[in-house]
Design a protein around this ligand. Structure first.
Ligand SMILES: NC(=O)c1ccc[n+]([C@@H]2O[C@H](COP(=O)([O-])OP(=O)(O)OC[C@H]3O[C@@H](n4cnc5c(N)ncnc54)[C@H](OP(=O)(O)O)[C@@H]3O)[C@@H](O)[C@H]2O)c1
Length: 252
């Protein structure tokens, strides 16, 4: 039987490229996002069995609807990728947009991972990739504080759930992808300009899928990004946060 991969945020950027990568590896695909035209266009271009359906993951009913799909379809791979950032100080940000960020980046990702772990428990092997960010390895991100905090949540949740899965001998390997800047629609949506040159999303997708199938806990593409994450553990958290603040100001 063909293996099935379910991907959130497949209508653009990293999710779209991971869909192509898994399609090339022979997976059947279940693509989700909000933009039906883009999902359909991608679905028809992949040359493997592909379904697509729209879910707005800032809305709890849609999160639960997609969790029900997970129960019914029991995918072999979940790519928990949908997410977005907001640039600016927390006190100035739109309340609804801030609530959506926390809902999509944290609540939806948690509910879908939980549903996937249950749906995958009787498989021979299964994989979950949570798309975090290098932001999730740093102490804090002033001027994008809710985004950085949401990604720190993702890396912490991933490592915690991964250990639980190991202790229960579940056949599920759980990883977090922690990229630096990637050239997608992220910037435009977050209202930022990157301080460093962005990477090509196809190369990030390749590294992500290889790392996922090798069972890596944290997949950090690029040595510069890896080094900055390591440095953050050597300096006091408050000092590093001050340094990040200076970098972040340049993004507006
Ligand atoms: N680009 C970067 O520099 C970078 C770096 C580190 C981590 N990341 C993470 O990578 C992931 C993918 O982002 P990207 O860079 O590929 O950006 P992107 O091109 O903007 O793609 C974001 C995807 O998330 C989906 N999405 C956003 N809000 C949603 C919602 N309310 N409901 C359902 N789907 C929603 C979008 O779907 P629709 O377009 O259909 O709304 C889109 O498919 C995110 O989690 C992001 O935080 C990005």
């Amino acid at each position: 039987m063909e293996k099935l991969a379910l991907i959130t945020g497949a209508s653009s950027g990293i999710g779209e490229e991971i869909a192509k990568e898994l399609g090339q590896r022979g997976y059947s695909l279940f693509l989700t996002g909000r933009n039906e035209m883009r999902l359909e266009e991608l679905g028809r271009s992949l040359g493997v069995q592909t379904e697509w359906q729209c879910f707005d993951l800032s809305c709890t009913e849609d999160i639960n609807r997609l969790a029900d799909v997970m129960d019914a379809r029991k995918p072999d791979v979940l790519i928990n990728n949908a997410g977005f950032g907001l640039f600016g100080d927390l006190m100035d940000a739109d309340r609804g947009a801030t609530q959506s960020l926390v809902t999509v980046n944290c609540l939806a990702l948690t509910t879908l991972m939980q549903a996937a772990m249950r749906a995958m428990r009787d498989k021979q092997e299964a994989y979950i990739l949570n798309v975090a960010s290098v932001a999730g390895l740093l102490p804090a991100g002033p001027h994008m504080a809710s985004y950085y905090a949401s990604k720190a949540y993702v890396t912490s949740l991933t490592l915690g759930a991964r250990q639980e899965a190991r202790e229960r001998r579940l056949p599920v390997s759980i990883s977090a992808l922690c990229p630096g800047p990637v050239n997608t629609r992220f910037n435009e949506r977050a209202g930022v300009r990157f301080a460093l040159p962005g990477k090509d999303p196809a190369s990030i997708a390749r590294v992500a899928v290889e790392g996922l199938f090798k069972g890596r806990p944290l997949i950090v593409p690029g040595s510069l990004i890896g080094a900055s994450a390591c440095l953050s553990h050597l300096l006091p958290r408050t000092l590093y946060t001050k340094l990040i603040s200076g970098q972040q100001r340049k993004k507006g």
